[in-house]
Design a binder for this molecule. Sequence first.
Ligand code: HAM
Length: 418
Amino acid sequence: MSKFQAPKGVSEYFPPNSNQFEYVRKQLLRTARLAGYNLIELPVFEDTEVFTRGVGESTDVVSKEMYTFEDRGGRSITLRPEGTAGVMRAVIEHNLDKGQLPVKLFYTGPFFRAERPQAGRYRQFYQVGIEAIGYSDPEIDVEVIAVADSAFKALGLKKYKLNITSLGDSISRDAHRKDLVKYIAGLKLDEATQVRAQLNPLRLFDDKREEIKTAMAKAPLLLDYLNKESKQHFETVQGLLKNIGIEFKINPRMVRGLDYYTGTTFEFDHEMLGAQSGIGGGGRYDGLMASLGGADVSGIGFGLGVDRILMACQAENSLPAVINQIQLFIAPITDAGKAAGFKLLAELREAGITCDMAYGDRALKGAMKAADKSGAKYGLVIGDDEITTGNCELKLMSSGEVISSSLDASELIQKIGK
Ligand code: HAM
């Protein structure tokens, strides 16, 4: 065992797996870009209050899972457990909501939650997220869901399901809360659970303990309390989803792990991932900006778990067999070949051809072995003969087929680039 190990429960990627990770993240980002979202790059730590206020004290994320520490100036700092609160902090601070609306932003990076590690649940994990701020029409809810759905489709995923519900507006939530609190008051609960229920009674729907599940089986459901506007909004969302062929299930007991949600909320689950099946989730958070000291501007977004989506792609075997393949591997077998090869590398790379070379002294056999091991599409041996004649043979490594070319960079680029 090596002297040092990575901290417990973090996800790490190195070749060849990191190529798949990179591919998955790129596809997710590409879909956000295609829908007109722009990058927002933020710090991985924020003032702790951004999360206690933004995400909510009743959540496990805030009460049990934050990496919080005092910085050298005595300020309380927290490693971001999620992206939305920080994005809102930045939107308010830089007045991003004062221009054209909606503001459409995407982000990616590591997030930190001190959870009990298990397959698919890490203490440092990766998300790709989008946020659409300042537009409250149901169309944008559907756009956000559709972006996630097309990202999954772009990765070839099939075995996932979309669950949606609505948490309504504040009038609907207040009406429901009154009855729910009454219902919960009639249950026998331990003190910690009572405290949680006081902070946010909806949390009890999310409790994994059998006795609480049974106790909550007859609890009043928020969906039955939606007022006219909230109902209409949710129905439009459903209609639009059907129109564009996105299948969904309404799950009135779904509770997201963060307290800022209002209106439409959703989660995507993958069938082959076992206990940690959530590959992405999100929803509206119409009061969040105001609660962080900004204007009362609405928003909706999602966070997709890159680690889990990679696992889902591996389970479905949906990724291309070869990712980030080196196009050409040069194997020089003489000093003159080395010099020529080195010059070619620079020219080919400048032209956008991915290439590498065997360094050190190698005989023909060793050089070809290195070309084989590199996984490159083409191999090219350069010895004194090639230098003298100016001609060479590109070998297609998969079949052994040989293509004649001159050693001239532009001809090679043309032949390899095809
Ligand atoms: P979330 O549901 O807490 O939402 O996280 C989004 C996704 O991140 C999850 O569906 C899951 O795939 C992944 N994830 C969460 N925790 C872990 C973990 N410990 N290990 C591995 N993957 C994990 C949010 O974070 C919201 N900020 C999403 C959002 C954006 N809502 C509105 N805008």
